[in-house]
Design a binder for this molecule. Sequence first.
Ligand code: GDP
Length: 439
Amino acid sequence: MGRDDTIFALASAPGRAGVAIVRVSGSAARFAVQTVSRRSPPPPRRAQVRAFRSSAGEIFDRGLVLWFPAPDSYTGEDVAEFHIHGGRAVLAAMIEALAAIPGLRAAGPGEFTRRGVESGKLDLTQAEAIADLVDAETEAQRRQALRQYDGALAKLTDGWRTELAKALAWAEAAIDFSDEELPDDVMTDARQTAALVKDAITARLEEGHRGELVREGLFVAVVGAPNAGKSSLVNALAGRDVAIVSETAGTTRDVIEVRLNLGGYAVILADTAGLRAAADHIEAEGVRRALQRAETADLVVWVRDGSSPDSALEYNDKLDSNSVVTVWNKADLPWPAAQDGLKLSLKTGDGLEAVVEAITAAAREKLEGGGEAPLLTRARHREMLEEAVAALARAEAQDAPELFAEDLRLAVRAIGRIAGRVDVEDLLDVIFRDFCIGK
Ligand code: GDP
């Protein structure tokens, strides 16, 4: 796939729709407009109604053309947009007309955005944010993606990078110049700056996987004794029948997962096997998996039957280790144990609202609780920062300015990779420009 090719693709969703948008990017975009609409592109960013013609010259649709000349476009190249009627045959005709033009080919996945990154219109974190915005199903995901698209993460990492590059410049000065030529505290300043940045990154890493959880979904395990109402609760939350609800104890032997939007947060709800001393080895395996799921979940919902003794109590210690929301179900039945906490009847629906609120609140606490909104939204971001912290820790231990500088350089590179900024030397040039040594 040549980078000089002009690419085209359907930018809107496939299928029947009022309008479909076909985007063209590259040096032949102007020619594509001329060929398909028989006229030069309209003035930049102004829509014009035109007839569109096939390669045989037949008019196949009428619609809008928009023209975004380089560099003021999504890709940084010349971009044309055709807004056609969103029918399959219309789209097929447009694709045929474009494919017939020399130098044009269908775009690969993500190719428009990739060109945007390559031409410097977007940094890598923004490109990731666009993918996240398109995939966002919940409010929290959308907010997080938009914040990243607006540059929150790039700003943070660029700030660290600039600070470290300054320290690097001081260290390099200490290598290149004699002591008499330099202020006394150059290396001290460099070390202090490196230490401050290391602390700042470490603090960010301590926010854990929150950003990834918002993006990928919080794992919630629904556990409890057989027949406590776990499947009924999962079904009620999901609003459709996904788990098997049955009166025979021990039917959910495996783990059943449902993805849902709970109060604006993406959660993956897992219905698990009932917890009790198992009757056979298949059930024992179900119990083992349920406990394992409870242990690895971000949140546990423990469903308890308030009308009967709880066989899950013997696993109390295992369930206690995580964030647990306890729900007392079957409040419609005679209630021997007077219990505090959330009372629910899945039979009548009483208390369901409060349970949804409690689970949502616990999810919110997990995802947003404690301080600033998370900015690290992918494992990739964390890995790069962990690499940077390791390099900075090594730098701290180095006495020789040369070795200190080398580790700092590795840290700057690792941080730069988050937003796709690779060149350390460029950064040094900028800093040395304001440097006064020898002047
Ligand atoms: P699980 O084994 O924990 O998944 O429990 P289920 O959701 O399969 O429910 C077990 C049985 O309890 C079913 O017969 C449900 O209809 C019943 N059940 C669930 N919730 C309630 C409730 O709030 N009140 C009453 N009376 N029965 C319920």
